[in-house]
Ligand binder design. Structure first.
Ligand SMILES: Nc1nc2c(ncn2[C@@H]2O[C@H](COP(=O)(O)OP(=O)(O)OP(=O)(O)O)[C@@H](O)[C@H]2O)c(=O)[nH]1
Ligand SMILES: [Mg+2]
Length: 293
């Protein structure tokens, strides 16, 4: 048996959260085509016969951080770098050019004195590839795997290697050992149901609203209550920085918020296997970033 902790690093949008969800076989982190979807590290446990692995899915490291929220998000990932881990996965997306941001992440990875694995993701996309720009990394990383996190291809050799590199459960040094409760039922260690439901709603905003709004918005779940009729009542607020964003999220005659709410409600119901009534409102709060991040 092995138990260990694996830190997943990469710039935004390379597919870290998609990989973790598909490896664990359950959605633990929200994903979207927009960068900076993940806002705080998520610790999810992968379990099988050979043991248990805590994957720390981090927010993608941003090259430039001009606004308050980006700075906070980067800080969260930088904190993860100080965490005791047994192994690091550095994930890249070969469909995007190497640039300053990538160099910044690589610089951070280089400083970590732990076994490292390079994972080249999105190999299902072949038509536009910058793989030659990343070739030099193969000299630096002795273990390189090409996967498609989306299509779940080539996971097996990667997970075999992870188990090979992790210390045995008997080792004193294993980082993950103390953190996994013996009666683990839900695979995420650091998120409660209010945060998770808030994340599911936030994902719909990332998927359904234009460029700027997802970054000016968060979701707070105030109440989850079981009603006598068997319906789970969820009360949540979308907070956004500006009245004009609030208007856009609500949409004309409220059609947009209805759409977001309906999409989120279906997924929440599926996740908790209960009927859900979602009471969703939008509020303007120019200071939510300072309050909640
Ligand atoms: N074609 C393809 N798309 C992928 C793959 N993995 C992830 N994606 C897509 O890439 C986008 C970003 O995926 P995420 O998992 O949210 O990326 P992330 O690295 O967690 O991003 P941040 O949380 O912003 O750091 C989503 O649209 C995914 O569907 C893959 O293997 N192939
Ligand atoms: Mg993510």
């Amino acid at each position: 048996m092995k138990i260990g902790k694996v830190l997943l690093l990469g710039r935004p949008n390379v597919g870290k959260s998609t990989f973790v969800n598909n490896l664990i076989g359950q959605k633990v982190a929200i994903t979207s085509p927009k960068p900076q979807t993940t806002r705080f590290p998520i610790k999810a446990v992968y379990s099988e016969d050979r043991g248990k692995v805590i994957f720390v899915d981090t927010p993608g490291i941003f090259g430039k951080t001009e606004d308050y929220l980006s700075k906070k998000i980067n800080e969260q990932t930088l904190k993860s770098l100080n965490e005791q881990v047994d192994l690091v996965i550095y994930m890249i997306d070969h469909t995007r050019k190497r640039d300053f941001e990538e160099s910044r992440v690589l610089g951070m990875v280089r400083k970590i004195d732990k076994p490292k694995i390079l994972v080249i993701n999105k190999t299902d996309l072949q038509e536009k590839s910058y793989l030659p720009q990343y070739k030099f990394l193969e000299d630096e990383f002795s273990d390189v795997f090409q996967i498609s996190g989306l299509n779940k291809t080539h996971f097996k050799p990667l997970i075999d290697k992870i188990f090979e590199l992790l210390p045995p459960a008997s080792a004193k040094s294993s980082a993950g050992k103390e953190e996994i409760p013996p009666d683990l039922t839900y695979p995420v260690l650091n998120i409660d149901s209010k945060i998770f439901i808030g994340e599911l709603i936030r994902e719909k905003i990332f998927l359904m609203m234009g460029e700027e709004i997802p970054y000016r918005t968060t979701v707070i779940v105030d109440e989850i209550a079981e009603r006598k009729n068997g319906i789970t009542y969820v009360k949540a607020r979308i907070l956004t920085t500006d009245d004009r964003y609030k208007k856009m999220i609500i949409g004309s005659d409220g059609h947009k918020i209805k759409e977001i709410g309906s999409y989120a409600r279906k997924e929440i119901a599926l996740a908790i296997n209960k009927k859900v009534y979602l009471d969703l409102i939008v509020e303007t709060d120019p200071h939510w970033q300072e309050t909640y991040y």
